[in-house]
Design a protein around this ligand. Structure first.
Ligand SMILES: [Ca+2]
Ligand SMILES: [Ca+2]
Ligand SMILES: [Ca+2]
Length: 548
C-alpha cells in the first residue's frame, strides 16, 4: 500500500500545471504538518479504466471500447486536435504517428514555407520560447500583477487616492494581501519541512544506518517532543510499506523542492523570465514570436494529456487514446507557473487558423491580466467551428461562487455573454458510489458542464515512458478525445452540436456524491454541481450522433 501512497503523492507533485494551485498547497501542507497522510486510492493500477464500461468492467469509464462497436466499418476522417499545454514529447513511441504535420511547411530550413508567419512550424508552435532557449519557470499571475501594479499604487499608500482610483486601489490591496499571505505560507512550509528534515537527519545519524527500518525507528528513544513527533510520523508511514529512502525522496525531498521552486519562481517578485521570449510583452496584438520547440524543458504534463486524447490505439504498445484518428497539434504556452493571456490567445488563434476542430486546455489560474485578449481569440475560434474544452481546476471549489476564478473562463469579460462551443470538465473517479467525484475537482451548477475520468489515469510520459497522473488536467483530454471521436465519424456536426451531444448523453448516477473539502465537504447530486448532471459516455454519444 505504501507505494500507492507514494505514487499518489508523487503523482500530484508531478502534475506540474495544477501543482501550483492553492488547493494542492493546502493538501500538501496538511500532509506535512498533520503527518504525511493523503487519501489513498485503494484500487491499484488499472490501465485504460477511463475507456471501460460500468456494466461490463465495473468501473465508471466512458465506454469508449464499447462505442467502437457502433461505428465498426463506418468511414471516418482525421480530426486535428490542438493540445495547448506545457509541451509534448514529439518523439514518443505511442504519439509520433498521430502528430499533426503542417502540410506546406518544410522542417528545419529556416524558411516560412507556408507563409503563416511562423518559421518551421511543423508540429505546432512554442509561444514561450525565444531565440536561444525556452521559458521553464514563470511567476503566478498574482505575482506579476502585484509587481506591475505596485508602483502605481505606492503613492496611494500614503493616502493620496483619487476618487476615480478607489475601486482599483481596493482591488489591488486585496490582491497584494493575498500575495503576501501566500508567499508567507510557502515560506513557512519550506521552513517546516526543513525543520522536520533536520530533526530526522540527527536521529538517523544517531542510529548509524543509511535506511532505518520500522523496527529501528520503534527502538529509537526520542529526546524531546520534536523527535517524538518525527518518529511517530515516520513509523506510521513506514508501516504502510516502502523503504525509508523512498519515503525521504518522494515524501520529503520532492515536496521540499516543489515549495522551494514556488519561492524561487512562482512567488518571486524579482524573477521575470519574459526576456527569454524577446517579444514586446505589453503589445497584446503581437502574434509572431516564439520558437519551434514544442517539447520544451518539461513535457510531462503535455505528453500525458496528448496520450489520453489520441495515443495510437491497438498497436500493442503503451496505451490507447480515446480517439482513433486524430492529428495532435502541439502548442506550448504553459510554463511551470501561470500561463500568460497573450500566449493563450495566440495559441487558440494558431489552432483555429491551422484547422484544429477541438482544442484541449488543461490549465487555469486565479487571476488574469488580459482576459479580453483571450475572449477575442475564443470568439475567433468559435467563428471557425472549433470546440474548446477546458479543465475545471483542482481547488475543490464551487466555480459558480463569483470569488472563485479559473481563467480562461468562458464568460466574456465585457458582458457580451458566454462562449457556446466550450466545455468545462470536472474529474471523476472509478467507483459508482459517493466517491464518484474526485476530491480535488472544482464543480459548479452553471460553470462545470460534465465530469470525466481524472484519477489514476495511465498515459504517456516523456522518453516513451508511461505512468499515472490525476487531475482535471486528465479529465479534460478524455472529453477532448470524445469530441474528436464524434467529429471523426460525424464530420458534418458543428462544434455546438458536438457539445450538445456530449452533454445530453452523460450517464447520471442514481446516488449522491461528496464534493468540496474540509468543512465545506458535502453530499450533493451531480445535477446540483454541473450543467449536465453526469459523466460523459462515448457509447451513448455516438448513438445520439447517429440519430442526428
Ligand atoms: Ca510557417
Ligand atoms: Ca520551413
Ligand atoms: Ca498504444
Amino acid at each position: 500500500m505504501k507505494t500507492q501512497v507514494l505514487d499518489a503523492i508523487s503523482g500530484r507533485l508531478r502534475n506540474k500545471l495544477f501543482v501550483k494551485m492553492r488547493k494542492f498547497n493546502r493538501l500538501a501542507l496538511r500532509f506535512f504538518l498533520v503527518g504525511l497522510v493523503l487519501p489513498v486510492v485503494g484500487w491499484g493500477q488499472r490501465i485504460n479504466w477511463q475507456n471501460q464500461d460500468l456494466q461490463k468492467d465495473s468501473v465508471f469509464g466512458i465506454s469508449t471500447e464499447k462505442a467502437y462497436d457502433l461505428v465498426k466499418g463506418k468511414k471516418h476522417k482525421p480530426v486535428i486536435v490542438a493540445v495547448i499545454d506545457g509541451g509534448t514529447d514529439t518523439a514518443h513511441e505511442d504519439l509520433r504517428a498521430v502528430l499533426w504535420v503542417n502540410p506546406k511547411e518544410k522542417p528545419g530550413n529556416g524558411v516560412d514555407d507556408d507563409h503563416d508567419g511562423y518559421i518551421d512550424d511543423v508540429h505546432g508552435w512554442d509561444f514561450i520560447g525565444g531565440k536561444d532557449s525556452d521559458v521553464h519557470y514563470d511567476n503566478l499571475e498574482l505575482t506579476r500583477l502585484v509587481r506591475e501594479q505596485g508602483p502605481r499604487f505606492d503613492t496611494m499608500k500614503a493616502g493620496l487616492v483619487a476618487a476615480s482610483d478607489t475601486a482599483a486601489y481596493a482591488a489591488y490591496q486585496r490582491m497584494e494581501a493575498e500575495y503576501v499571505e501566500a508567499h508567507q505560507r510557502v515560506q513557512e512550509t519550506v521552513e517546516g519541512i526543513g525543520r522536520f528534515k533536520s530533526i530526522m537527519d540527527s536521529m538517523v545519524l544517531k542510529m548509524g544506518k543509511d535506511s532505518p527500518t520500522v523496527a529501528d525507528w520503534e527502538a529509537f528513544a526520542p529526546e524531546g517532543r520534536g523527535q517524538q513527533r518525527v518518529r511517530q510520523i515516520l513509523v506510521e508511514q513506514l508501516k504502510g510499506g516502502g523503504s525509508f529512502r523512498e519515503l525521504v525522496k518522494e515524501g520529503i525531498d520532492a515536496p521540499l523542492n516543489h515549495y522551494q521552486e514556488e519561492l524561487n519562481y512562482h512567488y518571486n517578485l524579482g524573477y521575470d523570465p519574459r526576456y527569454i521570449v524577446g517579444d514586446d510583452y505589453n503589445n497584446t496584438g503581437q502574434r509572431y514570436y516564439g520558437n519551434t520547440d514544442v517539447t520544451g524543458p518539461d513535457a510531462l504534463h503535455g505528453t500525458h494529456v496528448a496520450g489520453i486524447i489520441g495515443a495510437v490505439r491497438g498497436n500493442g504498445i503503451g496505451m490507447d487514446g480515446v480517439a482513433d484518428d486524430v492529428r495532435l497539434m502541439i502548442i506550448r504556452v504553459v510554463p511551470d507557473g501561470d500561463e500568460r493571456d497573450k500566449d493563450v490567445a495566440n495559441g487558440i488563434r494558431f489552432a483555429a487558423d491551422h484547422g484544429a476542430k477541438v482544442v484541449n486546455m488543461s490549465f487555469g489560474k486565479g487571476y488574469a491580466k488580459d482576459k479580453p485578449a483571450v475572449d477575442s481569440a475564443v470568439k475567433y475560434a468559435l467563428s471557425k467551428d472549433v470546440l474548446l474544452v477546458q479543465a475545471a481546476g483542482n481547488d475543490a471549489r464551487d466555480l459558480d461562487d463569483p470569488s472563485n476564478h479559473n481563467y480562461p473562463s468562458r464568460v466574456y469579460a465585457d458582458g457580451s455573454g458566454v462562449a457556446g462551443a466550450y466545455i468545462v470538465v470536472g474529474a471523476s473517479d472509478r467507483k459508482d458510489d459517493s466517491t464518484l467525484v474526485a476530491e480535488f475537482s472544482n464543480y459548479g451548477r452553471t460553470s462545470v458542464d460534465v465530469f470525466a475520468p481524472g484519477v489514476g489515469i495511465y498515459s504517456c510520459l516523456p522518453g516513451s515512458k508511461y505512468g499515472e497522473e490525476s487531475g482535471t488536467s486528465m479529465a479534460s483530454p478524455v472529453v477532448t478525445g470524445l469530441a474528436a471521436l464524434i467529429r471523426e465519424y460525424y464530420p458534418k456536426l458543428t462544434a455546438g452540436e458536438v457539445k450538445d451531444i456530449i452533454l445530453r448523453s452523460v450517464v447520471k448516477p442514481a446516488h449522491s456524491v461528496w464534493v468540496g473539502n474540509g468543512q465545506h465537504r458535502r453530499l450533493v447530486t451531480l445535477d446540483q454541481i454541473s450543467v449536465s448532471g453526469g459523466v460523459v459516455n462515448a457509447y451513448r454519444a455516438l448513438e445520439l450522433a447517429g440519430k442526428k
